[in-house]
Design a protein around this ligand. Structure first.
Ligand SMILES: Nc1nc2c(ncn2[C@@H]2O[C@H](COP(=O)(O)OP(=O)(O)OP(=O)(O)O)[C@@H](O)[C@H]2O)c(=O)[nH]1
Ligand SMILES: [Mg+2]
Length: 352
């Protein structure tokens, strides 16, 4: 699973990437600082993991990690190749979720789109380029289809092309499952889920951005944080960070909330396994079966799957130990068809 950080040049994408991954991506006041994408792994915050680790008295708890990719800034005309737009757009085609960073800080040093902040205008520039790219892809697809008889596909493509031309991103068009299946595989960007992140200046409050209510009305997730403060926080040691948060009255860092929202937008749940004194958290698509869960760990486990012992975190912590839960019959035996729930602890039996 990969999350792509996109936005206009100078929006603070690399600053946020560094805060997320404790990375060292270059951050400068001039645009197009990032050309080659920066890639970093980020642990998904998980309160259950440490509770479970203590409960089970295992030595180590390994969290789920997701990958973030900090992509170069897009500019007007990117879909026509401006500013290496084609290259950057194909990088966006490869990600599973888009994190769209919008500049919400004043900075007289920044040369790009100088002047008053314009959240809606900035978002529109990027969204237009993404829509134009999808239109290109679909129009090419339609041209290739001409000779072939595939009426439902032709009809669907014509419909979505019309909606795109009206400025509607594909994710906002209600689609049936079959229609979604037809569209997957084209590498359409506006079909991907999106999270908007307003990178607020240190002196700004959420109320300073009333224009974002339109996004919320469209059911799109909008988050606010200050990239610069988050980056500074990420460079502190754990104890220094806790101290700072206490002084500032911050309970949860904006970044942790951001990672969690992205995780949910990717429709991921977490399950756990225990092996060799290690508790391991794994991500899984909502609605996946226990065999698909086994596949995440090792393909041999899925191939030779026999059964799994399952207990959910919520039930387990009501007992004094795993063996007590087992004695009391709360650890159930699940077959191939079992659909994994968020928070399940699995012990998989398999043939080698
Ligand atoms: N005041 C303020 N400045 C910020 C903030 N976030 C980023 N900046 C500044 O904005 C400039 C651009 O930041 P980057 O993180 O390099 O932006 P970018 O979006 O990665 O830029 P490109 O890679 O060039 O597209 C730098 O001078 C940052 O220090 C913020 O929250 N507040
Ligand atoms: Mg950058």
């Amino acid at each position: 699973m990969q999350i792509g950080i996109i936005g206009l040049p100078n929006a603070g994408k690399s600053t946020i990437f560094n805060a997320l991954s404790r990375g060292n991506a270059r951050v400068e006041k001039f645009p197009f600082t990032t050309i080659e994408p920066n890639i970093g792994k980020v642990a998904v915050p998980d309160e259950r993991l440490s509770k479970l680790k203590n409960f089970l008295r295992v030595g180590e708890g390994i969290p789920v990690e997701i990958e973030f990719m900090d992509i170069a800034g897009l500019i007007e005309g990117a879909s026509k190749g401006e500013g290496m737009g084609n290259q950057f757009l194909s990088q966006i085609q490869a990600v599973d979720l888009i994190l769209h960073v919008v500049r919400g800080f004043d900075n007289p040093d920044i040369p790009y789109r100088k002047g008053d902040l314009d959240i809606k205008g900035d978002i529109d520039i990027i969204e237009t380029e993404l829509i134009l790219r999808d239109l290109d892809i679909l129009q090419n697809a339609v041209n290739k289809l001409k000779a072939r008889e595939d009426i439902p596909r032709k009809k669907l493509l014509a419909e979505v092309i019309e909606r795109l031309q009206q400025g509607t991103p594909l994710r906002e068009i209600p689609l049936k499952t079959e229609e979604q299946q037809i569209l997957t595989g084209y590498g359409l960007i506006t079909l991907k889920p999106v999270v908007y992140l307003i990178n607020m200046g240190e002196d700004k409050k959420v109320e300073d951005f009333p224009c974002t209510s339109e996004l919320i009305e469209r059911n799109l997730p909008v988050l606010f944080l200050c990239g610069k403060i988050e980056e500074e926080l990420s460079q502190l040691s754990d104890s220094e960070r806790e101290e700072f948060k206490e002084i500032m009255g911050i309970q949860k860092s904006g970044l942790q909330k951001l990672i969690k929202v992205c995780y949910d937008m990717l429709s991921l749940i977490t399950f756990y396994t225990i092996a060799r004194n290690k508790l391991h958290a794994w991500s899984l698509k909502k609605g996946a079966s226990v065999v698909q869960a086994a596949e995440k760990i090792h393909s041999d486990m899925a191939k030779g799957f026999i059964k799994a012992e399952v207990i959910n975190f919520e039930h387990l912590v009501g007992f004094n130990s795993y063996s007590e839960a087992k004695e009391k019959g709360r650890v159930r035996i699940a077959g191939k068809e079992y659909l994994v729930n968020d928070g399940d602890i699995l012990y998989i039996h398999f043939r080698t």
